[in-house]
Design a protein around this ligand. Structure first.
Ligand code: SF4
Length: 256
């Protein structure tokens, strides 16, 4: 396949993923488009049902295997996080919500903190916003289990209020340790509170979303929180543009 055809395919796939994210279930196929794109439009339904998976394997890192990393995460959880009472958020929680996913993930998502559903289940991003995040992940060509998902604070703030700066600062060492263990290539920071908590910046999310940031030598992409997208669906498009930058970067770092 020549380069021009590859570019067309890339654009069509990207557009299909964006349309899927916007809730489109069917895409009309025209003969011209089908021919030009080598028939990829006709695969859009199959793509929706079975998201394309990206080869996320990478060179072994000296710091540990996937199993080592899982053991380290489990130990952090059971010995420090699970029964933590370092800040007032412990008072209202049902349980701590540590994080979930691939301990050796290239891509990590960080939100602000658990809500009601997450507090009940003990897993981050399982409510409506979490379902949208899963759609975004799948539109990017991953399964939810390919990535790692965590939060700035591990306990649900009362009435789903934002975590206070001192609460985030107290909990941040746990997130820092998770990131050190997982060593993702990219962290996607979801929403203003997570951006403020992780990047220690007072810049507005609307100003820095879509612009690469650095945290401890790692690349961070700030973007809007999925809960914000549920209220403002027109903002899905800029988020998708941000995710395209993440996909491009990951692709550039993956050995062929
Ligand atoms: S939010 Fe973090 S620091 Fe505060 S009690 Fe929960 S685990 Fe501990």
């Amino acid at each position: 396949m020549n380069e021009e055809k590859k570019d067309v395919l890339r654009e069509v796939r990207s557009h299909l993923r964006y349309r899927e994210l916007m809730g489109t279930r069917e895409v009309p196929v025209t003969g011209n488009l089908q021919n030009k794109a080598g028939g990829v439009i006709a695969r859009s339904e199959a793509t929706r049902q079975s998201p394309p998976t990206r080869d996320t394997r990478r060179s072994p890192r000296p710091s540990g295997t996937r199993d080592d990393k899982q053991v380290a995460l489990d130990e952090l959880n059971t010995t420090q996080v699970k029964d933590c009472t370092k800040c007032r958020l412990c008072e209202g929680r049902t349980q701590t919500v540590f994080g979930v996913g691939n301990p050796d993930a290239d891509l990590m998502f960080v939100g602000e903190g658990p809500g009601r559903d997450e507090d009940a289940k003990g897993e981050p991003f399982v409510g409506r916003a979490g379902q949208l995040l899963t759609k975004i992940i799948e539109a990017m060509g991953f399964k939810r289990s390919d990535v790692y998902i965590g939060n700035c604070v591990k306990c649900r703030p009362p009435n789903n209020r934002q975590p206070a700066p001192d609460e985030m600062a107290t909990c941040l060492p746990y997130l820092r340790r998770q990131i050190e263990i997982i060593e993702p290539k990219v962290i996607v920071c979801l929403g203003a509170t997570a951006v403020a908590g992780l990047l220690q910046t007072d810049q507005k999310i609307s100003r820095i979303r879509g612009q690469w940031q650095e945290w401890d030598g790692m690349k961070v992409m700030p973007t809007f929180h999925p809960a914000f997208l549920l209220r403002n669906p027109e903002m899905k498009k800029p988020v998708w543009e941000d995710m395209k930058k993440v996909m491009e970067y990951l692709k550039s770092t993956t050995a062929s």
